[in-house]
Ligand binder design. Structure first.
Ligand code: ADP
Ligand code: MG
Length: 365
């Protein structure tokens, strides 16, 4: 199956009401769903570019509608053992954090809190339906990649080491070594951990907005289903990427240059990976930045949804175009969908089940 790439156009903000709207959603023909984003050619304003996506969400789309259409359908697969990756890509100020985290009010909650509430509800139902034979454990990790270094957001900022946490490869997957994992039994646990972690991000930063738009934030939810005989593990990663604008255009302080180089490199490598995969190349340069290693786009066994966030106004024109270019190419990425195998604590009666596979815990036999 291919990666699902969808675009979400945010509404005008209060302060933008008098601005020139240049981005619009369209359909192939009447009666069909919205799948096209239109934007003028900056060099020839009378000409319009069209970009096709799997789906396009216009400014009237609620948080609930987006979750129901793009995330909820993959929750069943998650519990069947598939890994799910959802990431928000786009220029700073286009709605990535709004989409992933959202606001505090119930209706404004974003993908992440809805995801957790869905997973916890499903987990409880499975335990109930199996009369307690299957237990479901949910654990959270939350980290950011800043200047190509990985920092644990579930740890207080003073525990950060300057070099960050190392990555390691195992069974074809990339792991962050030493990352904290916290059990999450109910939504209250989640809210406490998540708010605390977001505060860690803030405390560690000198300038809140500048910092958050320059780092990639990755929430990883691990779901473990255990019966008397088996353990099955799968994960959802929800990623709020750094802003895709060219930071070099606006800033020239030394610190900023280091940051910009790291962000631009990781997002550049991301776009290189996207190109390589869509051309069908054998070699995907995903190892060239930490973010793409962790994302391992195209190497990943599972389901990937890329949400391209767009602001509709002219001041974003060039950055919007470049983000449209990158993500409309990503649509052609083929992903092998491989279920994480169930691991038997006892040798299975039938030998047709292979042991091992990806992402599995081996229990001593
Ligand atoms: P980013 O994380 O991409 O930099 P934000 O999520 O911070 O962007 O969004 C920028 C501003 O736009 C914020 O004030 C946010 O509340 C608002 N916003 C973004 N998307 C929407 C939306 N779909 N509906 C209402 N407001 C939105
Ligand atoms: Mg943001």
């Amino acid at each position: 199956m291919s990666v699902r790439v969808v675009a979400r156009i945010r509404p005008l903000l209060e302060k933008e009401l008098d601005k020139d709207v240049i981005v619009s959603a369209d359909r192939v023909e009447d009666g069909k769903p919205l799948t096209i984003v239109k934007i003028p050619n900056p060099k020839k304003p009378e000409e319009e570019f069209s970009f096709a996506f799997n789906s396009v969400y216009d400014q009237s789309t609620t948080q609930e509608a987006l979750f129901t259409a793009e995330v909820a359908p993959h929750m069943k697969a998650l519990f069947q053992g598939y890994d799910v990756t959802i990431f928000a890509y786009g220029v700073t100020g286009t709605g990535k954090t709004h989409t992933m985290r959202g606001g505090l009010k119930l209706a404004e909650r974003g993908v992440i809190p809805r995801l957790l509430s869905n997973i916890i509800r499903r987990g409880k139902k499975i335990t109930k339906d199996t009369n307690g034979e299957t237990t479901v454990d949910v654990a959270l990790s939350y980290y950011e990649i800043y200047n190509d270094k990985v920092y644990d957001l579930l740890e207080p900022p003073e525990k950060r080491t300057p070099l960050g946490l190392p990555l390691r490869e195992k069974d074809g997957k990339t792991y962050v070594v030493g990352l904290t994992e916290r059990a999450c039994e109910d939504l209250k646990d989640f809210e406490r951990l998540y708010i605390e972690a977001n505060n860690n991000r803030v405390t560690a930063a000198t300038k809140l907005n500048a910092h958050s738009s320059r780092s990639h934030a990755i929430l990883r939810v691990k779901v473990t289903q255990t019966t008397a005989e088996t353990i099955r593990e799968s994960t959802v990663s929800a990623i709020d990427l750094a802003g895709s604008e060219d930071n070099r255009r606006t800033d020239n302080g030394k610190e900023r240059l280091v940051e910009s180089a790291a962000i631009n490199k990781s997002l550049f490598v991301l776009s290189q990976c996207v190109d390589a995969i869509s051309r069908g190349d054998k070699r995907i340069p995903y190892r060239e930045s930490k973010m793409t290693r962790i994302l391992s786009l195209g190497q990943n066994n599972g389901i990937t949804v890329m949400i391209l966030n767009l602001a509709p106004i002219r001041s974003y024109h060039l950055d919007t175009l470049s983000s449209l270019n990158v993500s409309s190419r990503a649509k052609r990425i083929e992903v092998r969908e491989i279920e994480n195998e169930v691991v038997y604590k006892q040798p299975p009666r039938s030998t047709s089940f292979g042991l091992g596979g990806n992402n599995v815990i081996r229990q001593p036999l």
